[in-house]
Design a protein around this ligand. Structure first.
Ligand code: ADP
Ligand code: XUL
Length: 463
């Protein structure tokens, strides 16, 4: 068996893949529901200063431990797992001090991960992808490199507020003391892989490309970007590697505590979107995936990197080799939820909304929160607020689908089939609206866990 672990914005999923390719048992730890003591009902701290969105990294560790406990409680013999792959929400960063590596190397199975790792954090919270508080730092890095076009040429994206580099720079400026005490910077993905391996994990090319720090052409840290980001950063970054090849055996902690085979291999973890690309079997060029999760994303494999002239879209590494293109919309599921609640509606109303007629002049700009694609401030604009609630829902969903479809232009993609995944993809109405707006059939993924499945598939394919 193989295990895929997806540490996403709102939950952590662990999914078994049998050697014959069939998905097996799964557990899902929802941060808000299952770990309420972290006070993160949607996976992040609710009351941060404007623009800042952080999560407690210890919450992810507790979720990991709970997921493995629950898999064991389902009667699963974890010693049969040959390899573990994984992924994390992209861009989020974890800051660790000099105790990190010694603690990892000597994890005590009688104590929890949370208890042992807490003293290793040089920053108690992690900025995540929803944080857009780093406009100043983006401008500073771009200026040092000679402009956004140059940053994009090197890293596949212009300096982007949620990306790890600008976030690191903001931390080094806001709290130079804590930055000085930081000896290791990890992504959510590489942090969790490090824990499972009991040693520092590399950052994979897929997730590494979401940092404004990796040079796409060389697959190495870009010395000029690193130097422009924060003092002494080069020494704090792990190496880069492919998520397709294991880098370690599982740490003795997990052997003693959960009965894993000491030979179980650990892969570098990748980003949730690159993992989802693999899970949706869209890792080879030809298909377009739309993932309707906390964020809505549109992505596809591509052999050669193509960048977005408007500066919103991105190029990441494809875990199967080559590159992938991605556009990320912040007003995804949380905006659908907020609009649903504004109307006093239910998901069942969204199921039906796709089938109501809509006047041609009903156009909705569905941005309840500050948006990243396109870059604009929050503002819901309905051209016809007088319409019925089902019509307003439909206009809202059409607005979301049109906004994503517009990204196909710079990507030069014309999908014949849309592969749909993510929590909202199970909604028939939402799926139907996306099919209508994209003008092509939709194939839904029966599991909404495409990222966890992709991670497990990478484990299966690895050596
Ligand atoms: P992430 O992986 O980013 O944590 P998921 O892909 O698990 O997110 O999606 C979670 C979202 O799915 C929830 O925020 C919720 O709004 C949405 N969702 C769940 N069920 C439905 C449904 N029946 N209809 C529409 N949206 C749904
Ligand atoms: C992608 C992005 C989000 C996160 C969380 O650039 O910011 O999709 O990966 O899912």
């Amino acid at each position: 068996m193989f295990l895929g672990i997806d540490s996403s914005t709102q939950s952590l999923t662990a999914l078994i893949l049998h050697a014959d390719g069939q998905p097996g048992p799964r557990v899902n730890i929802n941060f808000g529901r299952d770990l309420p003591h972290y006070a993160c009902p949607q996976g992040f701290i609710a009351d941060m200063p404007a623009g800042q969105v952080h999560s407690p990294p210890l919450m992810w560790l507790e979720a990991l431990e709970l997921a493995l406990t629950q898999l064991g409680q389902q009667g699963l013999d974890l010693s049969r797992i040959r390899a573990i792959g994984g992924d994390g929400q992209q861009h989020g960063s974890v800051y660790l001090n000099s105790r990190f590596l010694p603690v990892l190397a000597g994890l005590d199975a009688k104590r929890s991960l949370v208890e042992q790792l807490a003293p290793c954090l040089s920053r108690s919270t992690s900025p995540i992808w929803m944080d857009n508080s780093t406009a100043t730092e983006c401008a500073e890095i771009a200026k040092a490199l000679g402009g956004d076009a140059e940053v994009c040429r090197r890293s596949g994206s212009i300096t982007t507020p949620r990306f790890t580099g600008p976030q690191i720079r903001a931390f080094s400026k806001r709290d130079p003391g804590a930055w000085g005490a930081t000896t290791h910077v990890h992504l959510v993905s590489s942090f969790l892989a490090s824990i499972l391996a009991g040693r520092e994990a590399p950052i994979d090319f897929g997730d590494g490309a979401g940092m404004n720090l990796m040079n796409l052409e060389s697959g190495q840290w870009d010395a000029q970007l690193v130097a422009a980001t924060a003092p002494s950063l080069a020494a704090k970054l792990p190496r880069l590697a492919s998520a397709a090849q294991s880098f370690a055996r599982i740490a003795p902690y997990f052997v003693a505590k959960f009965g894993f085979d000491p030979l179980c291999r650990i892969l570098p973890f990748t980003g949730d979107n690159p993992a989802s690309l693999v899970g949706m079997a869209a890792g080879r060029p030809g298909s377009v995936v739309v993932s309707l999760g906390t964020s809505d994303t549109l992505f596809a494999a591509m052999p050669q990197p193509r960048t977005d002239p408007a500066g919103c879209g991105h190029v990441f590494g494809n875990p199967l080799g080559g590159f992938m293109t991605l556009a990320c919309v912040r007003n995804g599921s949380l905006a659908r939820e907020a609009f649903r609640d504004q109307l006093g509606a239910t998901w069942e109303d969204f199921e039906k909304a796709a089938f109501v007629a809509l006047p041609a002049d009903a156009i909705t700009e569905p941005f309840l929160f500050d948006e990243i694609t396109p870059r604009r401030a929050a503002g819901l604009v309905e051209s016809r607020p007088d319409l019925s609630s089902p019509q307003r829902i439909r206009a809202f969903l059409e607005g979301q689908a049109r906004n994503l479809r517009a990204q196909l232009d710079w990507m030069c993609l014309k999908p014949e089939l849309l592969l749909l995944t993510g929590g909202a993809s199970k909604n028939d109405g939402i799926s139907a609206v996306f099919s209508q707006v994209f003008g092509c059939p939709v194939q839904r993924f029966e599991l909404s866990d495409s990222a966890a499945l992709g991670a497990a598939k990478l484990a299966q394919q690895s050596s």
